[in-house]
Design a protein around this ligand. Structure first.
Ligand code: F6R
Length: 366
C-alpha cells in the first residue's frame, strides 16, 4: 500500500505532481483561458464583492492560508487576515455581514477550526471551506467551498494536502480577481498556463531527491535549524521548519528573512544551518543580502535557488535548484525540497516518520 516507498510520507511527497493536477482537473482550461470552481458558483459574486476575508486553519493549513493571503491581496485586491483557528475562536472577533471566512482543513475534523467556523457563522459571515475529506464535519459546516483532490493523506506530516490547498486557494483568488476585474486578461491566462506547468516542475524537483539526501546526511545531527524566506516564500519557510521539527524532533524556526536582524541573527554561528528560499523573484536582491549577513557570521547556508542561478552557488554552502516558476505560484514548487530534506533527516535519525511521537493525524481535541 506504500507503493514501493519506505513510508507513506515519501509516497505522498512523490504523489504531488498528480495531486496538484487532480486539484485542477475539470477546473482549469489553460488552452481557452477559462476556469471554474463548481462549489463556488453561487457564491462567487459574494466573494468578489467582499471587503474582507478572514482565513482560519491550524498548522500546515494555516501556512497555506498565509500563502493565500499574498495571492488574494495581489490578484483580487481584497484585504485578508490569516488567523489560527484556536486564537480566533477564543477572542471576540470582529465579523460583519458580508465578511468571508475561508476555513482550510485537510481532515475536515480539526476541533478548533470547526468551533471557529461556528463562531463566525453566528456573527453572520459566509463560510467557504477548503477540505480534503469529502463529507467531513468542516465540509458540512461550510456554505460553499472547493475540495482539494489530494487523495487520502496517511503520513501525519502534511505534504500533498498543503500543495493541493495552495492550488485550490490560487484558483479561488483567480476566480475572484476575474469576477472583480482586478486581473488583466493576459495575466489571468498566463497564470492558468503556469498552473498547468506546475506538476511537471514538481516532478523535476523530485528527480533531485538523491542530491537532497546527500545534503540531509551532512546535517543529520544538527540541533537547530533556521528557515528564511521573503514574500510568498515566508510561509514556505514556516512550513519547512514545521516539517523538520515534527518528524525529526530537531528544533527549527522559520522567519521572514528581513526579521533576522531584529533578533534571530544572534543565533547564527558555524553550527547553525540556515535554509534560505532564494528564488529569482522580486525579493531576490534582498534575500541575497540576507544570505551575506548569515555567511558573515559563519552560518551554513542551504539555498533553494532558481535553475540557472550562477551567483548563489559561490556564496552559499549548498544549493538545491528548482525550475523557474511565476512568483505567485512559487510555493507550490519551493516547498518540495523542504519536505524531502525534513523526511531524509528524520529517516537518518531513525525517527518514526509516518507517526511522530505526540502527534495525531486529526486533532479532534481542543
Ligand atoms: C503538520 C500537520 C498539522 C495539521 C493541522 C491541521 O504537518 O499535519 O499541523 O496541518 O493539525 O490539520 P487539518 O488540516 O486536518 O485541519
Amino acid at each position: 500500500e506504500k507503493g514501493g516507498f519506505d513510508h507513506f510520507m515519501l509516497k505522498e511527497i512523490f504523489e504531488q505532481p498528480r495531486s496538484i493536477a487532480d486539484s485542477m482537473r475539470g477546473r482549469v482550461q489553460a488552452d481557452s483561458g477559462t476556469m471554474q470552481l463548481g462549489g463556488l458558483r453561487d457564491y462567487l459574486d459574494k466573494l468578489a464583492a467582499s471587503e474582507r476575508i478572514v482565513i482560519i486553519g491550524c498548522g500546515t493549513s494555516w501556512h497555506a492560508g498565509l500563502v493565500a493571503e499574498y495571492i488574494f491581496e495581489e490578484l483580487a485586491r481584497i484585504p485578508v487576515e490569516v488567523e489560527y483557528a484556536s486564537e480566533f475562536r477564543y477572542r471576540n472577533p470582529i465579523i460583519k455581514e458580508g465578511d468571508i471566512v475561508i476555513a482550510i482543513s485537510q481532515s475536515g475534523e480539526t476541533a478548533d477550526t470547526l468551533a471557529a467556523i461556528e463562531l463566525a457563522k453566528s456573527k453572520g459571515a459566509t463560510i467557504f471551506g477548503v477540505c480534503n475529506v469529502v463529507g467531513s464535519s468542516i465540509a458540512r459546516a461550510t456554505d460553499a467551498g472547493a475540495y482539494t483532490h489530494a487523495g487520502p493523506e496517511i503520513g501525519v506530516a502534511s505534504t500533498k494536502a498543503f500543495t493541493a490547498q495552495v492550488t485550490v486557494l490560487t484558483l479561488m483568488a483567480l476566480a475572484a480577481a476575474k469576477r472583480k476585474g482586478t486581473i488583466s486578461e493576459s495575466l489571468f491566462r498566463l497564470l492558468l498556463a503556469e498552473l498547468e506547468s506546475i506538476p511537471a516542475k514538481v516532478e523535476k524537483v523530485l528527480q533531485a531527491a538523491d542530491k537532497i539526501k546527500e545534503i540531509a546526511y551532512i546535517f543529520t545531527y544538527a540541533r537547530n535549524f533556521i528557515y528564511l524566506g521573503r514574500g510568498l516564500n515566508f510561509p514556505v519557510a514556516l512550513e519547512g521548519a514545521l516539517k523538520l521539527k515534527e518528524i525529526s524532533y530537531i528544533h527549527a524556526e522559520g522567519y521572514p528573512a528581513a526579521e533576522m536582524k531584529h533578533g534571530p541573527i544572534a543565533l547564527i554561528d558555524e553550527d547553525m544551518p540556515v535554509v534560505v528560499i532564494a528564488t529569482k523573484d522580486s525579493s531576490y536582491e534582498k534575500i541575497v543580502s540576507n544570505i551575506q549577513e548569515v555567511k558573515a557570521r559563519k552560518g551554513r547556508v542551504i539555498a533553494i535557488t532558481t535553475e540557472g542561478d550562477t551567483h548563489l552557488p559561490s556564496l552559499v554552502d549548498f544549493t538545491i535548484e528548482i525550475p523557474k516558476v511565476h512568483e505567485v505560484l512559487v510555493p507550490l514548487v519551493s516547498v518540495i525540497p523542504l519536505q524531502l530534506l525534513a523526511y531524509d533527516i528524520a529517516v537518518m535519525r531513525g525517527r518514526n516518520v509516518d507517526q511522530p511521537r505526540n502527534l495525531a493525524k486529526s486533532v479532534t481535541v481542543e
